[in-house]
Design a protein around this ligand. Sequence first.
Ligand code: NAD
Length: 521
Amino acid sequence: MTKCCTVTLPTEMRDVKIQNYINGEWATPSSGAYLKNYNPATGMEIAPIPDSKSADIDYAVHAAKSAFPMWSNMPGVERAAILNCIADLIDQNCDILATLESQDQGKTVASAAAIDIPKCAAYFRQFANYVTEGIRETESSMKLVCTTSSINKLVPSSQRATTQHVASGVAALITPWNFPLLMVCEKLAPCIAVGNTCVIKPTELTSVTSYLLTHILQAAAVPKGVVNIVFGSGVNAGEPLVKHRDVRLISFTGGSVTGSKVGALAGGLFKRVSLELGGKCPSLVFSDCDLEYAITTHVRGAYQNQGEVCLSASRQYVQRDIYEKFLDGFRQQVRQEVHVGDPANPATFYGPVVTKQHMEKVTSYIRLAQEEGATVEFLVNPNDPVTNVSTDGRLTIEGLEGGYFIAPTLITNVSQGSRVMQEEIFGPVVCVLPFDTEEEAVQLANDTQYGLGASVWTEDPEKLERVMRQINAGSVWGNNWLAWDDCMPFGGMGCSGTSREHGPWSLEFYTETKALYTHTV
Ligand code: NAD
């Protein structure tokens, strides 16, 4: 049984150089080169990131492959004890992790401490629990455990047919920047719980908390080679990882364009692949909804985490007879409650967007909407320390002049076919359009290449059920947005992805399923 220790994490990253973590040791990149990294609230440089290449990936995959026989054969209860230890260390260091996540990503410390970091710990506990529960339950619930069997009643009684879920081998886990540590842990916990080993390639834009995780992994006595983390760009490190012949399985979360490349590469090499991609999520607000609650939730849905949420309610359709009332309430609430500024201030609703390049991408959509003749409003809170609002929505915040801040932006009078309505902006920008009938609402919601999430707002239970069932999206909320259950399937349709993860669906994905037929006479 693992005895869980404590760990001392750096509390400040300015002078830290991030290092790869391979075979239980920290290593500089083989190229010796580093990528620059910035605190988005200040624009100041923090912890440089290894610019890893194929040689580093080779080394990491080799370590993972060597550790696989030992780890996959370790009794599940022992693996679970290590996972629980990781969870305890994450919880113990919640404040440090949340603070540094905020300095690296721009999200508020309060949201990282309340959502991101506790959820990371919860994933390790959830999958530790699945493994230990499953071991006690051997002959049942085949979905839940990699070592269990189920009996197929159609096979003649002289034969026993069982399914076996076995660990796949070396997994590649590739993650984005909007929930940096959360996305890593969401994949890592099920991946290693069932006995795989892995190489993680976190996004080069927000690598800090993954680096802190390496200290936690070592303190939790995760055996050498089971978890390797290689930092660097998608092209130099991500692609060699996807292509590596010893990688059997790939879990990728990121944009749809990158996902398409990763899917094509992985498919051609017969690798198991899960793609969790972008979204442009609609919400349908009918005139018979609880308007006050709907407005509050839509403000959150539009601007939470700077709008950098794949499930962000970025296309809001409101029935025409309440359209103006909805917009008035929305504007008023944003101006009063959405404080933009220092992400370390507990009163801040959202902070800077992740990078200067991303700020330029988001504001280019705002300029496009203006050029197309849409109505663009910047709903700046009059009490915020904003010294300038540029014509394309950039905010200058007193004391944080180098930061990448964008105003809460509302776009109306835009056409459904505009790129602003069709493409993922991934920033604090929401488009609101009216609709007349239920049929039109469903048609507008489904008029997209994406299919990740949606929400429907009406007090009529039959209409709610009817409309929810017609929307093409992996998750649909009725009179809610982002209610969450980690035992429910998560994933998208169309350009939003190809798979389902979380809970039993993760166990299914991270294992190979075998059919065993045994003649028992
Ligand atoms: P991205 O596609 O640019 O990068 C994602 C990861 O892929 C990064 O680690 C990157 O380095 C790596 N990468 C880039 N090119 C690669 C290549 N050729 N081969 C292998 N790896 C490569 O995405 P991003 O900008 O980091 O993240 C934002 C996107 O992620 C948004 O579209 C958002 O909707 C999506 N997202 C989806 C979910 C979901 O669960 N569906 C969750 C969070 C974010």
